[in-house]
Design a protein around this ligand. Structure first.
Ligand code: DMJ
Length: 474
C-alpha cells in the first residue's frame, strides 16, 4: 500500500490523474504456511546462487565488464572496461541484504572508477545500466561521492543529445563528447526520462530531464494519424527510417518510460502521451493467433500487419500493463509467454508465432517473462504467477547453470550453452526471482518502488511532486 506519509499532491497525481483504474498494488496473503517455508527456501537458493555467481565474477572478471563463465574469463564492451557488471549488480546485492558485497562495489566506484576514457559508448545501454545503476547506488547508500560519479557520467552523455531533433546519437565519446551514429531505434531514442529525471531531481538541475523529455517528444510528435510510431529514426532529420510499429526490442522501453516516468515525477505531459499512445497499441498491435494473444508488427500508417515476429523483450509489456491497471490484458499476454517458455524450456530471443518457429533461438538469461510474473504475483496475489517463476528458475538452473555461475544458451532447441553472463542477469533476472520468492516476507515495499528498465529500484515517496516540478522544470 502507499505510505500514509505520502504528500497529498502525489496521491492526487497518481490516483485522480489516472482516471482509468491505475492504482498501487495490493499484496495478498495467499501463501499457506507450508508455501511460505518453500518460498523462503527458494529465496535463499536465489541468494546463494547470486553469491556464487558474484564470487565467480570477482575471481575471473574483476575490473571488467562481463564474466565469461564457461572459459572462466571476461569480456569488455569497449577498449577500456566500464565496470558494468558490478554497477548493474549493486542494487540486487543490496536488495538481497548482501551488504558487504554491495559496500565493496561502492568503495570501488568512488575510489577507482573514472569515466574520462577515450571510448565511444552506446548511449542507450550506458544510460540504463551505468547511469541507472549509479543513481540507485546513490539512492540506496546516500553516498554523495556516488552522486558525483553519476553527475559526471550524465555530463558525458549530454553531448549526444545535441542534435537538430534532440534525439541522441547512437554513440558518444566519454572523453571528447564527440557523438556519432545518426540512425537509432525508438528505445535508443527515448528511454531517458527516468534516469535523467532522477539526476535532475538529485542535482536540482533540470537540463538532464529537459534533454530526455525533448527526445521523447520528438518521437511522439512524429506519430501517424493512427497514433502509432515507427521503430527506426534519423536523429538529424527526424525522418522515420522504418515505419514499422511494435512494442518489441527496439521500441519496448519507450512505452515503459512514458508510464513509469509519469508515475515517478507526475509530469502531466508524459501522462497524456501515455494515455494517447496506449490505446492505439492495444487496438492495432495486439493480435489473436490460434487462441493466444500476441503482439504484431504493423505499418504505422495503415495499421496493417507486417510481421508476426516477437522478441522475448516484449514480455516486459504485461508488467507495464498491470502497473497501469490493465490486469486482464497483462494476464492474457503472460499466459502466451508462459506457453512459449514451456514449449522450449527457455524462451527464444525471436519467435514467429505464425510459422511456429524461432527466428533466433538464443536465450541470454533475460528477465522479462520473470519480471512480468513478479508484477502479476504482486498485483493479483494469484499463486499461479509465483509457480510460474518457480518453474522458470528451475529451467534456468537446469540449462544455464555452469560450474562457476550462469551462462547464455545459444539455441533453446538444443540447449547448447554460450560463454556469456549478461550484466542484466545480476541487475534484473536474479532480482525479480528473489523478490518473487520473498514477497510474502514484506521487506521490500513494491508499491513504493519504481524500477528502471534495468530493474534498478527507486523509491516513489522519495520524490516530492512539487519539488519534482521545480527541479525537472515541467
Ligand atoms: C535489458 O537490458 C533492459 O531491460 C532493456 O530495456 C531490454 N531488455 C534487456 C534484457 O533483456
Amino acid at each position: 500500500m502507499m505510505k500514509k506519509t505520502l504528500p497529498l499532491l502525489l496521491v492526487v497525481l497518481i490516483f485522480a490523474g489516472c482516471g482509468d483504474g491505475r492504482r498501487a498494488g495490493q499484496r495478498q496473503e495467499s501463501l499457506s504456511p507450508e508455501m511460505r517455508v518453500h518460498a523462503d527456501s527458494l529465496a535463499a537458493d536465489v541468494v546463494n546462487e547470486t553469491l556464487r555467481s558474484w564470487q565467480a565474477y570477482k575471481t575471473y572478471a574483476w575490473g571488467h565488464d562481463v564474466l565469461a563463465p564457461l572459459s572462466k574469463s571476461y569480456m569488455d564492451w569497449y577498449d577500456e572496461p566500464l565496470y558494468i557488471s558490478p554497477i548493474d549488480a549493486y542494487s540486487t546485492l543490496h536488495v538481497m541484504g548482501l551488504m558487504d558485497e554491495a559496500a565493496e562495489i561502492e568503495r570501488y566506484v568512488v575510489d577507482s572508477l573514472h569515466f574520462d576514457k577515450n571510448i565511444d559508448a552506446k548511449v542507450f545501454e550506458v544510460n540504463i545500466r551505468i547511469l541507472g545503476g549509479l543513481l540507485s547506488m546513490y539512492a540506496l547508500s546516500g553516498n554523495e561521492r556516488v552522486l558525483e560519479k553519476a553527475r559526471d557520467f550524465g555530463e558525458r552523455m549530454l553531448p549526444a543529445f545535441d542534435t537538430p531533433t534532440g534525439i541522441p546519437s547512437y554513440w558518444v565519446n566519454l572523453q571528447t563528447g564527440v557523438a556519432r551514429g545518426d540512425t537509432v531505434n525508438v528505445a535508443e531514442a527515448a528511454t531517458y526520462t527516468m534516469e535523467m529525471g532522477i539526476l535532475s531531481y538529485y542535482t536540482r538541475d533540470p537540463k538532464y530531464y529537459q534533454a530526455a523529455k525533448k527526445a521523447t517528444l520528438a518521437i511522439y510528435s512524429r506519430r501517424s494519424p493512427l497514433g502509432l510510431i515507427g521503430d527506426i529514426i534519423n536523429v538529424q532529420t527526424g525522418e522515420w527510417v522504418s515505419r514499422q510499429s511494435h512494442i518489441c526490442a527496439g521500441v519496448d522501453s519507450y512505452y515503459e518510460y512514458l508510464y513509469k516516468s509519469y508515475l515517478l515525477f507526475g509530469d502531466p505531459e508524459l501522462g497524456k502521451i501515455w494515455d494517447e499512445s496506449i490505446g492505439p497499441v492495444k487496438q492495432y498491435i495486439m493480435k489473436e493467433h490460434e487462441g493466444r494473444l500476441w503482439n504484431a508488427r504493423v505499418d504505422m500508417d495503415s495499421g496493417q500487419q507486417t510481421s508476426a515476429s516477437v522478441t522475448l523483450y516484449d514480455a516486459f509489456f504485461p508488467a507495464t500493463l498491470v502497473l497501469s491497471g490493465d490486469t486482464a490484458l497483462a494476464k492474457r499476454l503472460h499466459t502466451t509467454w508462459d506457453w512459449l517458455w514451456k514449449r522450449y524450456g527457455l524462451v527464444p530471443m525471436v519467435y514467429d508465432y505464425e510459422r511456429g518457429q524461432p527466428n533466433y533461438p538464443v536465450y541470454d538469461l533475460n528477465p522479462e517473462v520473470i519480471e512480468s510474473a513478479y508484477y502479476l504475483w504482486h498485483f493479483t496475489g494469484d499463486t499461479l504467477y509465483f509457480n510460474r517463476n518457480e518453474h522458470y528458475w528451475n529451467s534456468i538452473r537446469e540449462h544455464c547453470r555452469t560450474e562457476v555461475a550462469y551462462t547464455a544458451v545459444a539455441n533453446v532447441e538444443t540447449m547448447e550453452q554460450r560463454d556469456e553472463m549478461a550484466t542484466f542477469f545480476f541487475a534484473e533476472t536474479l532480482k525479480y526471482l528473489f523478490l518473487t520468492f520473498s514477497l510474502h516476507q514484506g521487506k521490500f515495499d513494491f508499491d513504493d518502488q519504481i524500477f528502471n528498465t534495468e530493474a534498478h529500484p527507486f523509491q516513489r515517496s522519495a520524490f516530492d511532486p512539487a519539488l519534482a516540478r521545480e527541479y525537472l522544470a515541467f
